[in-house]
Every structure is written in structure tokens, then in C-alpha cells.
Design a protein. Structure first.
Length: 292
């Protein structure tokens, strides 16, 4: 709450609510400004295959350097952007910059690596969405199979309801569709089954009690098994401890991501990661080392 009130609030003289409203207005003006000026940056977090230990993708995450908004958690800024109708413009920049980055890595000789891009319903619902992303792919010589689109269950359902067929269309073009923060939503499993998704990304809250809490272990094991039954990949996010990674390997999770391996990296560090640390999981000695 203190955070939402922000800086420059004169609590002793201004009623708190006025101050919060004032802060919100200046945050919004700032968000409009950086959206107009595309004053954003991306950082990249490795996603590593559990079995081979190699980096299979980098997830692009939005950052707002040089802005007072950098003081807020990114998802709060994203929420504000959604509320105020700015998210589609931000998403457009994120998609294009992610493609540009993947193209740079390819040009630097980094082999098969995908990019995971976070997105949401308002972006997918733009009338020009499909044509804009096709233009980006062409500009950077990329194929849909190079790209995973991450969206939460809620956003996927919203997109599916409002523009029936948009997810199918993306899927049939060859994009991977990942349900992010899986396990925190409320939709029925039968509805989920009707969505054209390729992977589930287990929410990091699953991991907190693993492996020392039998119930948490059982739920995670069951979700991973369900994913496999539905022929979906399953990635775990927020892996911070080696015991968690061992547990995930044991229950046959497909891939993982988290501070244990690497946090979000700036472009230079990401390139270094991709060119040097090809098998971090093998280095951590949790996955069987792949010969050759
Ligand atoms: P997400 O897509 O679920 O991303 C995972 C978040 O967990 C990221 O926070 C990441 O930095 C953080 N994280 C990664 N590893 C660990 C770990 O081991 N432990 C812990 N505690 N945290 C970890 P971040 O970058 O602040 O992003 C927050 C959320 O904001 C994202 O959640 C995503 O929903 C949204 N977001 C970020 N970038 C974009 C974007 O370009 N577009 C859209 N639409 N949403 C974005
Ligand atoms: Mg994500
Ligand atoms: Mg997530
Ligand atoms: Mg999240």
C-alpha cells in the first residue's frame, strides 16, 4: 500500500486518498510518455530442458529503465497499462524487440534457441495483430516455431471468447502457446482442454513447499502427470533451490527456470550465457550429462 502511494506524498498535509489519486495520475502520465517514446528494455531469462540440461529458450521480460515507474513491480505496471488501454502498444514493441533480439543471437552463431514472449488478451485482440507479427517474423527471418507466446489462463480464455479462433490460428501457424502461472486460475480442466495450448508453466507458488511438504509434492506430481496425459510440455518457473530441481526432474517435468540457474539477464549477459553456459543443469549435476 505504501508502495502504491509512491514518492513525494506529503502525508501530514494531504489526505492519503488524494495523494494516491495524484500519484496514480502522474504514474499514468509517465506510462503514456514512455509508451509513446518506446522507452522500454527487455531482459532475458533462460529456460532449460530438464533432461538434456541445455537452454531451450529465453523468456523476454519487460523493464522500464530510466523511469520512476521502475520502482514498481513490472506486473503492476502491466496491470495499469491494461486498464488504460496501453498494453497493446507496449506488447507490439515487446514482440518486435524480442524478434530483433533472437535474430541478433542467430546472427552471432547461437544455434537453435526459442524466445518466449509474454502477451495478453488485449494484444491478441488487436485487429492488426496477426499481420503485425507476420511482418516482424519476415523482417527478422524467423518462423512461428521460434516463438512461444506465454499468457495466463485468464488471458487465454478472454482472448478465446472475444475472438474465437485467434489462438487456434496462432497454434496452427506453429507458435507454441504456453499457459503461464498455471494453477492459479479457476477454469475447469475441460475448458482448458479445449484451448489449443502446447505447454503449461507451473506457477512459482507450487514450488515454495517442495520437496518438504507431501501435499505440495502430490499436487505438483499430479499436475505434471496431467500435462503429459494431455501431451503438453510442462515448465516450472521460480526454481530457487537444488532440491526443487531434483524433485522436478524426478516427477518428469519438461523444463525449468529460476534463480537457481539464472535470473533475468540483460542482453549482453544473455549472449554470454548462450555462448558459454550451454548445459547449466548438467553443471549443477542434476540432469544426466549428455555426451557429445
Ligand atoms: P511471469 O511471466 O510469470 O514471469 C516470471 C516472473 O518471476 C518474472 O518477474 C521473473 O523475473 C520472476 N522470477 C524468475 N525466476 C524467479 C525465481 O527463481 N524466484 C522468484 N521469486 N521470481 C523469479 P517480472 O520480470 O517482474 O515479471 C512479472 C510479470 O509481469 C511476468 O510474470 C508477466 O506476467 C508480466 N510481464 C513481464 N514482461 C511482460 C511483457 O513484456 N508483456 C506482458 N504482457 N507481461 C509481462
Ligand atoms: Mg511468463
Ligand atoms: Mg509465470
Ligand atoms: Mg506471473
Amino acid at each position: 500500500q505504501a508502495k502504491a502511494e509512491g514518492r513525494n506524498c506529503f502525508h501530514y498535509f494531504t489526505p492519503a486518498l488524494d495523494c494516491a489519486a495524484h500519484q496514480r495520475n502522474s504514474d499514468l502520465a509517465e506510462l503514456r510518455r514512455i509508451t509513446r517514446e518506446k522507452s522500454f528494455a527487455l531482459v532475458y531469462q533462460p529456460i532449460v530442458d530438464m533432461r538434456s540440461g541445455s537452454t531451450i529458450a529465453m523468456e523476454a521480460l519487460l523493464r522500464l529503465p530510466n523511469s520512476p515507474l521502475a520502482a514498481y513491480p513490472v506486473n503492476e505496471v502491466i496491470e495499469l497499462a491494461k486498464e488504460k488501454g496501453l498494453i497493446a502498444d507496449i506488447g507490439k514493441w515487446v514482440f518486435s524487440e524480442s524478434c530483433r533480439q533472437l535474430h541478433r543471437w542467430r546472427s552471432a552463431g547461437i544455434g537453435q534457441i526459442n524466445i518466449a514472449i509474454n502477451t495478453c488478451a488485449p494484444e491478441l485482440l488487436r485487429p492488426d495483430y496477426l499481420s503485425a507479427i507476420a511482418t516482424n517474423l519476415e523482417q527478422f527471418s524467423l518462423a512461428p516455431a521460434d516463438i512461444a507466446l506465454e499468457l495466463t489462463e485468464h488471458e487465454a480464455i478472454e482472448a478465446d471468447r472475444s475472438r474465437s479462433g485467434v489462438l487456434e490460428s496462432l497454434r496452427s501457424q506453429g507458435f507454441s502457446i504456453v499457459l503461464d502461472d498455471f494453477g492459479t486460475g479457476y477454469s475447469s480442466l475441460s475448458y482448458l482442454r479445449s484451448l489449443p495450448v502446447t505447454s503449461l508453466k507451473l506457477d512459482q507458488s507450487f514450488l515454495h513447499e517442495i520437496p518438504h511438504h507431501p501435499d505440495a509434492n502430490a499436487v505438483t506430481r499430479a499436475v505434471v502427470a496431467l500435462a503429459h496425459e494431455l501431451r503438453l510440455n510442462v515448465t516450472a518457473e521460480g526454481v530457487e533451490r537444488i532440491e526443487q530441481a531434483k524433485f522436478l526432474l524426478d516427477v518428469d517435468c519438461t523444463a525449468f527456470q529460476g534463480y537457481l540457474l539464472a535470473g533475468p539477464l540483460e542482453a549482453d549477459a544473455a549472449l554470454e550465457w548462450l555462448s558459454q553456459v550451454r548445459q547449466p543443469a548438467a553443471l549443477l549435476d542434476i540432469a544426466p550429462r549428455v555426451d557429445g
